[in-house]
Unconditional design. Structure first.
Length: 185
């Protein structure tokens, strides 16, 4: 875990030291998430909101660290409409390659810190945090498009590489599609 965080910080610092331009911005959007490896689950709708810095290294390459509040989880098939609500503070560090002007392909690691975990049913809510690992590691892949110099759109798929489940033998990992609108200041 420490090696991944150290590598991400090193990449960001390297990018800043050679940066041609740094733009800061805010973004928000829709999440469609589930837990892979868990049976009888369906997509849960959530959201993400936060900020980013786009650090241009060359004309075709940029590094984009982000800080996002993200609601994730899953819905379960069964009586009482059970759903698991996981709130994270996610820190992705995306490498952006500009294919053409405005269109970018993105990939990078992400670390997420669990803020809350609740199991919700028709009968009420239950705190579920003690059963969920407090740190989540993942990888993201996506496409971005700069509509104008200030407005951008993005579609991203993120999948967990670490187990969400603190107990048990099942390997359960986060899976999240996100659709975001960004504004560069």
């Amino acid at each position: 875990m420490k090696k991944v965080v150290f590598a991400a910080v090193a990449v960001v610092l390297f990018g800043i030291s050679y940066a041609q331009e740094v733009k800061f911005g805010a973004k928000g959007g829709l999440n469609l998430s589930t837990l892979s490896g868990d049976d009888d689950t369906a997509m849960k709708v959530g959201f993400q909101v936060g900020g980013f810095a786009e650090i241009s290294v060359t004309e075709k390459f940029a590094i984009q660290p982000e800080l996002l509040y993200s609601t994730q989880g899953t819905k379960y098939d069964g009586t009482g409409d059970p759903s698991l609500h996981l709130d994270y503070l996610n820190i992705p560090v995306m490498a952006k390659f500009f294919v053409t002007e405005g269109l970018s392909l993105e990939a990078g690691p992400q670390v997420g810190f669990l803020l809350s975990a609740k199991l919700k049913t028709d009968a009420g809510d239950a705190d579920f945090k003690e059963y969920v690992n407090s740190t989540d590691f993942g990888l993201n892949f996506g496409v971005g498009y700069d509509v104008t110099d200030n407005i951008s759109l993005g579609v991203r798929y993120g999948f967990g590489v670490s187990d969400v489940n603190k107990e048990g033998n099942n390997s359960i990992k986060n899976s999240n599609f996100s659709f975001a609108l960004g504004y560069k200041f």
